[in-house]
Design a protein around this ligand. Structure first.
Ligand code: NAP
Length: 296
């Protein structure tokens, strides 16, 4: 196999697959130094190539394109224009969550079977990332043979795969972002509000973590309407009113709007769990007021 885009994910993937017995033949980065560092971090004996020397890419049955989303199409075109080696039966997979396998059409035209293989994992470096890739869920889609190859790779890594339609990839990726990136953003808002109560920023993050951890544990055991605890689950309208006054007083429209928007979803969950309809209606009125919209 070869990896074009030996950054965080490319390096982690090379390291994890090498540990499962895959032969990593080349790692390509834009800069030569980064390619060399990736080879070192992945712990493999592979060719370290700068993108400018792409024509030296050795032919391999499995090619991963792990460059940033915006460059995948251009990189596919560059590889398709290379004149080296046999192509029939080779598989090219990119790892973008938002793009479908169609972005690799230039490679399909050259005889590659193309697909995408996106890990639902957050990889911030090649070494720790290799570990998280081993127990991740992967979304795979594309040509039949490419999907079969991707599923094999995922199985070898010890992960689990599932599929979505190519046209649903952007929506799929928005869902992943809500669960990961937006959870981090929400956590940051909460920590900032605690800091306004006088806690040092690091302490604020520290005291919130077990709360987030127990919420995730609840979610792993029960559906969201059962995992929801607290003010909205109880229908405590007076407490919501106090929260909104405090958030307005903090002079942070972003926090107020986030609270009110997510509050709407919490109301639906509380209703599903059987909370008192009259109390939820009063909370809905308060939230609509905070959002500056007329209540439905
Ligand atoms: N990291 C994650 O947690 C994660 C998780 C799931 C999916 N993904 C997907 O994996 C892909 C890579 O993400 P990443 O986080 O690993 O990115 P990254 O760390 O920024 O690495 C990108 C790699 O591509 C090279 N590169 C950058 N621009 C290029 C271009 N125009 N042409 C050729 N090569 C280029 C970089 O070379 P230099 O280092 O020399 O600049 C580097 O080797 C993306 O599609 C991303 O959506 C990432």
């Amino acid at each position: 196999m070869a990896v074009v885009g030996a950054g965080r994910l490319g390096t982690a993937l090379a390291r994890a697959l090498a540990a499962c017995g895959y032969e990593v033949r080349a790692l390509v980065a834009r800069r030569a130094g980064h390619a060399r560092r990736a080879v070192e971090l992945a712990g493999v004996k592979a060719l370290a190539l700068p993108f400018a020397r792409l024509e030296e890419l050795p032919p391999s049955e499995l090619l991963f394109i792990t460059t940033p989303d915006d460059s995948v199409a251009g990189v596919a075109e560059r590889i398709a224009a290379l004149r080296n080696g046999r192509v029939r039966g080779r598989v090219a997979l990119h790892t973008s969550g938002a793009l479908s396998s169609e972005v690799l059409a230039p490679l399909r035209a050259r005889g590659f079977r193309v697909g995408s293989m996106h890990p639902l994992a957050s990889v911030s470096d090649g070494v720790a990332g290799a570990e998280s890739l081993r127990r991740a869920f992967y979304c795979v889609e594309g040509d039949g043979a490419a999907v079969a190859a991707a599923r094999r790779v995922v199985r070898d890594l010890g992960g689990e795969s599932f599929s979505v339609r190519a046209e649903d990839k952007a929506l799929y990726h928005a869902a992943a972002l809500m669960a990961a990136g937006h959870t981090v953003a929400l956590f940051d808002i909460a920590a900032e509000l605690l800091a306004r109560c006088g806690l040092a920023p690091q302490r604020a993050r520290h005291v919130l973590l077990p709360l987030v951890g127990s919420t995730l544990e609840n979610l792993s055991r029960t559906p969201p309407e059962r995992a929801l605890t607290g003010t909205f689950a109880r229908g405590d309208a007076e407490t919501v009113r106090k929260h909104l006054v405090a958030l307005r007083g903090a002079g942070e429209p972003e926090s107020l709007l986030t609270y009110a928007l997510l509050g709407g979803r919490s109301l639906r969950l509380a209703a599903r769990a059987g909370a008192d309809a009259g109390r939820l209606k009063e909370i809905a009125r308060l939230l609509a007021e905070a959002l500056g919209i007329a209540e439905e």
